[in-house]
Design a protein around this ligand. Structure first.
Ligand SMILES: *Cc1c(COP(=O)(O)O)cnc(C)c1O
Length: 425
């Protein structure tokens, strides 16, 4: 019998295998037929410390025995209150309000609605959102609207709202980004939304903290709201708890999800400045923030996030990350010295590089081929086109990290041999 499941980002017509995973521990997944698979992409960027962290699992179990779910409009509960306080204490000072939702995309929708609400309730409404070229902010209509347009959202393009796009600040061309942003700010933009320091789905594109700081300063100068989408970059991925910290930037609105629960269960938050909260504060019910989802601040998810915060407070997470950064750099250096990869780069725990030329027909199916090749060798990899990246959980050991780079090397060598012999398979 064929499965009725419709998988995300999956072309079922190609009938590629979809292996069932039964359990996970640390950096490893175990399939139903007993194979051990190293999770080289942190299960799509969510798993931070490692799979099934005992402390987070225990918190989920304990909370599940007490309170499963409660409407969050007009009611509250201890896990959400504790989490909100913990997040305000961790976040850059000035972010004093916490709004809960359940995915990165919804945290972005909430951020956009907060920003538009801020202006709608003010004296001079503003509507225009400024975005960065190659950005990704999620797959709902609003999140797609502020993200890069392409094959992923072509079918919906007529329904996506207009935004102003500034170029990605590539090396040697950063002034163009700053100038474009300044022009949009001067023209009365409502908000600028950006992934700090590294654009994830756009191809692991890295830009320096100085540019992030300058972009934030420009927004400040014109009173344009600065929205940091740290859905991927948050929770240590870039070497610090938040990427914004490396530029000493305090956004007006901050989106967090993925690693918020250590990657165990879905939860998201949108943090806002007091000014944004106050713009919605009134005796008038028509000015409240009109947003909710059924599972807003689900107690079990909040308990998992509280356990994650405790792990951050009590375990040497940053030291573990610093050590992984070093091992990633060494592995990347070795790969770059041995094989024809392009643009090797690293930010925090993330290593990325390109294999072959992006526009080559021959390489059009390089990502699915690499995925299948690595899967057969016990490694979960999922390149973005011809951009390969390794983003493992922080607990990964040397042996597993070497196996990841070993599988990648073997794949590139094979590709190279085929290329030279003019073969295609
Ligand atoms: C993954 C991601 C999102 C969307 O998060 P979901 O939980 O998949 O909806 C938004 N922004 C960035 C930067 C992301 O990497």
């Amino acid at each position: 019998m064929t499965s009725p499941v419709w998988h995300p980002f999956t072309q079922h017509g190609l009938r590629e295998p979809i292996p069932p995973v039964e359990r996970a521990e640390g950096a490893a997944l175990y399939t139903k037929d007993g194979a051990r698979i190293i999770d080289a992409i942190s299960s799509w960027w969510v798993t931070t410390h490692g799979h099934c962290h005992p402390r987070i699992m225990a918190a989920i179990a304990a909370q599940a025995g007490r309170l499963d779910q409660i409407i969050f409009a007009g009611w509250t509960h201890e896990p959400a209150e504790t989490l909100a306080q913990g997040l305000v204490a961790l976040a850059p000072s000035g972010l004093t309000r916490v709004f809960f939702s359940d995915s990165g995309s919804t945290s972005v929708e909430v951020a956009l609605k907060m920003a538009l609400g801020f202006w709608a309730h003010g004296k001079t409404p503003r509507h225009r959102i400024v975005v960065m070229q190659h950005s990704y902010h999620g797959d709902t209509i609003g999140a797609m609207s502020v993200g890069a347009r392409g094959v992923f959202n072509r079918a919906y393009a007529p329904l996506l709202f207009d935004v102003a796009t500034v170029p990605f600040p590539s090396v040697g061309a950063t002034q163009a980004t700053l100038d474009a942003l300044e022009a949009e700010c001067r023209a009365g933009a409502a908000a600028f939304i950006v992934e700090p320091l590294i654009l994830g789905a756009g191809g692991m594109l890295i830009y320096p903290p100085t540019i992030l700081a300058e972009m934030c300063a420009i927004c400040r100068r014109y009173g344009v709201l600065f929205i940091a989408d740290e859905v991927m970059t948050g929770w240590g991925r870039t070497g610090t708890l938040l990427a914004c910290q490396q530029a000493a930037v305090v956004p007006d609105i901050l989106c967090l999800s993925k690693g918020l629960t250590g990657g165990a269960v879905p939860l998201a938050v949108t943090l806002a400045s007091e000014a944004i909260f106050e713009a919605h504060l009134s005796q008038d019910r028509a000015r409240m923030f009109f947003h909710s989802s059924s599972y807003t601040a689900n107690p079990i998810a909040c308990a998992a996030a509280n356990a994650n915060l405790a792990v951050w407070r009590e375990e040497p997470v940053l030291a573990r990350i610093a050590e992984l950064e070093e091992r990633q750099q060494q592995a990347l250096d070795r790969l770059a010295a041995a094989l024809p990869i392009a643009g090797p780069r690293r930010l925090g725990t993330i290593a990325a590089f390109e294999v072959g030329a992006a526009d080559s027909d021959y390489l059009a199916d390089i990502a699915p081929r690499a995925m299948a090749f690595c899967r057969e060798r016990g490694v979960l990899l999922r390149p973005l086109g011809n951009t390969f990246y390794v983003m493992p959980p922080y607990c990964i050991d040397d042996a597993d990290l070497s196996r990841i780079y070993g599988a990648i090397s073997e794949f590139i060598e094979r590709l190279d041999r085929e290329g030279r012999s003019g073969l295609r398979c």
